[in-house]
Design a protein around this ligand. Sequence first.
Ligand SMILES: [Mg+2]
Length: 268
Amino acid sequence: MTDAGGVGERGSRWIVDLDGVVWLAGEAIGDPGAAVAALRARGVDVLFATNNSAPTRGQLVRRLGRVGIDAAASDLVTSAHAVAGLLQPGERVMLLGDKGLREALDERGVTVCLPGTTRVDAVVVGWTHVFDFDVLAAAAAAVRDGARLIGSNEDPVHPTPNGLEPGTGALLAAVATAARTSPVIAGKPHQPMVDLVRARLAEAGTTGRVLVVGDQPATDGRLAAQLGAAFALVDSGVTGPGTGVADVPVALRAATLGELVDRLPSAS
Ligand SMILES: [Mg+2]
């Protein structure tokens, strides 16, 4: 365990992952609303950072509301926004992804083309249920023809109440393999998302300690390391209790976000 001093103090900021921390497939884990309210009452700012590119910002704000968290779109960063930052307005993109990515690409001024369109500048892969052999073949062909391959993230799995589902990384690996290339990845812990989070911290004038809270050491823990922040691991998602963690310093570990907050020393 590394030093976690100051992470619950006024002026500090928590960067909180969503899947496996706040909810599992939209079902609240414990009482995240109470946990976030307690943090804000202490003067801790909370920013939500997710690698899930499927929901729109509006959908995420409503989902947060349903689990008791009052949040604005400006309290969120997603891998969809990190992807959009890798594209230029006017570029033509083949999208294998859901509404959140579509929203981010539209806001960026990118032209989204149907699978099978020739001469695209990039193929973007995010989390989607719409993925079959024909889509894979079209995406791989576009990349072989010169399009950049960009993934929202490389998470191999996605936690749900019924266990693990394939994550974006599984879909992205299929395209990359068929195109014989390596993708650029936008989400945690890669540079586009690191830059996005760093920009938000600067905009907010964060001066205190920064803590990243997440269920995946490989993404959330490495994001913390990139930011020079502390990492708190919760065992409510991909990483179960008792699972060892290699390579990533863990400052705090708890069963849930709520337990993490409950264990903070009393605010002075
Ligand atoms: Mg997670």
